[in-house]
Write a protein that binds this ligand. Structure first.
Ligand code: GDP
Length: 197
């Protein structure tokens, strides 16, 4: 799956523009700067993600990447810009909810959390949105190389507790580092399980 091609298909700014649902889809979401581009690049072994899409102030869109014609990876716009106006935040929630609700091909959302940073209200809001949309989500800790083992263990416990409070959450979490490659093979195997044969 990861040895083949990974082609950028489309950037959708409106829900009317989404590509057809021909492949199982896995979306990646998280706060801006959580390490989403780095993780997807580590997974695909390519600099596939349009970084511009995750920068504040740029046009936000859903970016679709076709992985070897077997799986669609979707880069969701980063949330949690402190500067964003309330109307922008509400637009994001509205558009994401509509996407999540109206996409039967979407199998799972990987919700990224920065291992170094406290879990923010924005993250909890994203989890609530996924619960409401009833889309299975998996919590993924990023940048695990940059925290000490004791702090990481504490974080792990905190995040596992969250999975119990959110009905749409998978009852496990993934520990990853794009720097060291920790957890990347494991996550690849999990993605491959969703792909077409
Ligand atoms: P995005 O905005 O979520 O797409 O985040 P990026 O992938 O652009 O990463 C944001 C920042 O975090 C960059 O400065 C990266 O170098 C850093 N970063 C990303 N992944 C890792 C990681 O696994 N370990 C460490 N230490 N830093 C990382």
């Amino acid at each position: 799956l990861f040895a083949g091609s990974c082609d950028f298909i489309f950037g959708a700014q409106k829900l009317g523009q989404l590509p057809p649902q021909t492949l199982p889809e896995i979306a990646f979401a998280g706060r801006s700067n959580v390490g989403k581009s780095s993780l997807v690049n580590a997974l695909t072994g390519r600099k596939t993600l349009a970084r511009a899409s995750s920068q504040p102030g740029r046009t936000k869109q859903l970016n679709f990447f076709d992985l070897a014609n077997r799986l669609m990876l979707v880069d969701m716009p980063g949330y949690g810009f402190a500067k964003a106006a309330k109307s922008v935040k509400e637009d994001w929630q509205g558009m994401m909810f509509d996407y999540l609700r109206g996409r039967p091909s979407l199998r799972r959302v990987m919700l990224l959390l920065d291992a170094r940073i406290e879990i923010k209200q924005h993250d909890l809001d994203a989890m609530k949105l996924l619960d409401r949309a009833a889309v299975s989500f998996q919590l993924v800790l990023t940048k695990c190389d940059s925290v000490k083992p004791t702090a990481l263990a504490q974080k792990e416990e905190e995040v596992l507790a969250l999975t119990k409070r959110h009905p749409a959450a998978c009852p496990f979490l993934s520990l990853t580092s794009s720097e060291t490659g920790q957890g990347i093979e494991q996550l690849r195997a999990e993605l491959a399980a969703f792909a077409l044969p």
